[in-house]
Ligand binder design. Sequence first.
Ligand code: SF4
Length: 457
Amino acid sequence: MDGGPGAPASPPDATSPDAGPYQGYVYAYPHKTAYRPLDPRPPLAEVWAGEPVDRLFLYLHIPFCEMRCGFCNLFTRTGAPAELVDAYLGALERQAGAVRDALNAPRFVAAAIGGGTPTYLDAAELTRMFDLTERVMGADLRAVPMAVETSPATATADRLAVLAERGTTRISIGVQSFVDAEARAAVRPQRRQEVETALGRIREAGFETLNLDLIYGIDGQTEASWRYSLDAALAWKPEEIYLYPLYVRPLTGLGRRARDWDDHRLTLYRQGRDHLLAAGYEQISMRMFRLPGRSSPAEYSCQSDGMVGLGCGARSYTSHLHYSHEYAVGAGQVRAIIDDYVRLAPGEFAVANVGFRLDEEERRRRHLIQSLLQADGLDHAAYRARFGAGVEAHFGEELERLTAGGLLERDAPPPGGEGARPGRLRLTAEGLARSDAIGPALFSGRVRALMARYEGR
Ligand code: SF4
């Protein structure tokens, strides 16, 4: 699920009442569209030299889906034939071997398999994927938290049995809407019955955490139908729920005028947030809600570095370089990129192709953005310990603007919580609602320019 980067060339003023609240979903900083070909391509052994490799996050990317959702801009292709899946798993194995050799005995403490739709693979293909990850990468997947994404049509009993048996602790399913007409409008033509059956199978398989994704802002969606979907989701008591604003503007109804659609999405966001808080969920970020007492160790921890990505569209992070195999996200290029990827020789996987080098300023900015966009906010002491000075010394002007606009406060309790929490800087409830404007407003000029050039291609 992705709302796209959407960074304008000049910084939007997130505090202005005229600024649209939906500029772009900042799920990682910098965004992949700021990556560029690395010349020369550095060997991975060099990239990882001096980096801690004993607490890494492993991410596997499976870029296949049964159909393309109308709101999707992820790196994925539909209708891949079995031969392509077979070749892809072969390439994944060669890549895993090259990466393991370069990292010198990496140790993984969490894993995630995303896409695309990993369960596009059938049970035997999933088994092969887990086998190669354990055997070649040396990852002990049953001993660490592991998240896997699925879809209603592919969450079959035999696939779920493989996932459960191989140690999956968190399963995430994109439902989007429990109203069939809305699912159709979002070009995700699944039936309520199919969704309910899949959820039943997931609960039967006994995963520790069920995450369910819903979307608001769909053409024809009303406060009543949104409430209906929220209640249908709550009936399964999912440990986590993500509420995503739709980013593809409907051409009819409220979508006709951007401002009306923004207002509509904000109304539905507030309604959804309040409904989940009243049902006992905690707000973790603008999109994420979780039952108390749960944590999500199978999610990449936002401020830390040390992520190893395997697969065609996966990113890897060290403290100084974020890199991936390719940086295209446009649907038209995806097929060609996957076709190239499956033909690569082992040596080709031993270098970083495209990426973004982070200097000290970008590392600080990454920490600031990824902390502030969490409801728990930024811990002053942790920032000072990492960067040697207070966050105000580096970002005083930006923080002042957000505070003056009523979007940021110091030492405030978390949303829905009570009591001051000294030493933290966090977005107000209104600030969290405007996360998708505040994140892009904090991008550096360099990242903004790179993204703008990419968008303009
Ligand atoms: S299932 Fe996810 S990755 Fe696949 S097309 Fe839909 S939104 Fe995109």
